[in-house]
Design a protein around this ligand. Structure first.
Ligand code: PA5
Length: 426
């Protein structure tokens, strides 16, 4: 079950007025004839993905799971956020799995990198370096440090058996290096950009190493692909979501706040922020994507959402059934006054927090809510969710007449940084 609940949007959308645009854009997505059409490889990837590579991913993931205590995933942006979001969403923030997945390459912070290297000193670790371009500074620095550490520990030959590189099939410095050092490599298709790459080896290898069922993930994405492949705004929920956010943008909203009630979905919010932020934030247009985890953030952002300036709407990602549950115990003394909910499950309390907040934000706060509902968060539903948001994002950007698949603005800070670092040519 995957449902876009539009009962709390506080608005009447004139679907008919979007009918022709949605139909035309859907055709443009399907025949890759719009701006950035060369980067639409993700659209039918759940069907066309390389089955041999998929089997290779599973095989090497088993090898990593059997032989190492830690997998360090080194990547940034689209080369890291999806894997992290998926692993946390499915496996939770604490688990007893035999292997731990940690992340590096997403920061230049000396503190973070020093602490991570210290942590790895006495661990048996493998590295999955992920970079499409093969030249991203954050990833390259981390990888150089990890490679040296492994080579010092194990010697060059053994170290090369602990390194897995995910990059372009032919081009880039990482491809050259991986070929030279004879690393096992996985391909990132040339026609899929970073933030649309979670269902490729970029996400699949770390997920498989974390023992997540990547076949189910692809199945969910495949079913979503079939479901959202048509241009009928009256029936296509994915495009209905895209149209509602477009409507909000055109009627004065500035921010879409992605909300969950699960701390283990916090990184999903980060993935969504990149997906929509980099795809739509161009030409001085676009909604600012933000994210929050309730009820935690109701104690920080809740006041603003309820009574602050009316610049935002909320998109709630709401699986109805938690993967785990806890009963609130009875206490004979009841000093904390909680016995009125003793015997109830936390899922019950969390649901009431959701319903109470929904009413508060919509009825009192006049903040529109879209609710993306599913039964539970598992690999299948997550595959569906990833595909749903990628397709909705493409539709949304095209409704704004924006190329969803480039990110020219990201280059400016890099140029300045390279100039300040004294890199040749800057
Ligand atoms: O979405 C994108 O394209 C970016 O976020 C990239 O994924 C990110 O900059 C990392 O690039 P690369 O994979 O080339 O190292």
């Amino acid at each position: 079950m995957f449902l876009v609940n539009t009962n709390h949007t506080l608005t009447q959308i004139n679907w008919q007025s979007y009918r022709n645009d949605v139909k035309a854009i859907n055709t443009m997505i399907n025949d890759a004839s719009g701006p950035g059409g060369d980067f639409l490889g993700w659209r039918d990837y759940p069907k066309t993905y390389d089955k041999k590579e998929f089997a290779k991913i599973k095989r090497w993931a088993n090898y990593v799971r059997t032989n190492f205590e830690v997998l360090v995933v080194a990547g940034i942006g689209g080369s890291y956020l999806g894997a992290r979001a998926a692993i946390e969403a499915i496996n939770g923030l604490r688990n007893n799995d035999s292997i731990e997945i940690i992340f590096m390459g997403q920061t230049l912070s000396p503190n973070y990198i020093y602490q991570t290297l210290e942590y790895l000193k006495n661990k048996k670790f493998a590295v999955n370096v992920i970079s499409k371009s093969g030249t991203t500074t954050e990833t390259s620095i981390s990888f150089r440090l990890l490679k040296q550490m492994l080579e010092e520990k194990l010697g060059k030959e053994e170290a090369s058996k602990a390194i897995f590189a995910t990059t372009d099939a032919k081009n880039g410095l990482l491809r050259e290096l991986a070929n030279k050092e004879k690393y096992v490599t996985f391909n990132l298709p040339a026609n899929i950009g970073g933030r649309f790459s979670v269902l490729t080896a970029v996400g699949l290898f770390p997920l498989a190493c974390a023992d997540i069922d990547i076949s189910k993930l692809m199945e969910g994405a495949y079913d979503a692909m079939k479901e959202y492949d048509n241009g009928d705004i009256m029936t296509n929920q994915c495009y209905q979501y895209a149209v509602i956010r477009d409507h909000f943008y055109r009627t004065g909203k500035k921010v879409e706040m992605f909300v969950t009630y699960e701390p283990q979905f916090r990184e999903l919010g980060e993935w969504l922020k990149q997906l929509f932020g980099e795809s739509e934030g161009k030409e001085e247009l676009g909604l600012l994507p933000d994210s929050a985890v309730f009820s935690t953030d109701l104690h920080s952002l809740g006041q603003f959402i309820q009574e602050g300036s009316k610049i935002l709407f909320e998109t709630i990602i709401y699986p109805r059934i938690p993967n785990n549950d806890v009963e609130i115990p009875k206490d004979d003394e009841d000093l904390d006054g909680l016995n009125y909910i003793a015997g109830k499950k936390l899922s019950f309390v969390n649901e009431k927090a959701f319903l109470g907040t929904l009413e508060a934000h919509t009825a009192d706060g006049k903040v529109p809510n879209i609710i993306i509902e599913m039964d539970e968060m598992n690999a299948y539903n997550l595959g569906h969710l990833f595909y749903f948001f990628m397709r909705a994002c493409a539709m949304s950007a095209y409704l704004l007449h924006i190329n969803p698949f480039n990110q020219p603005g990201v280059e400016i800070y890099k140029k300045n940084m390279f100039h300040l670092l004294g890199k040749k040519g800057y």
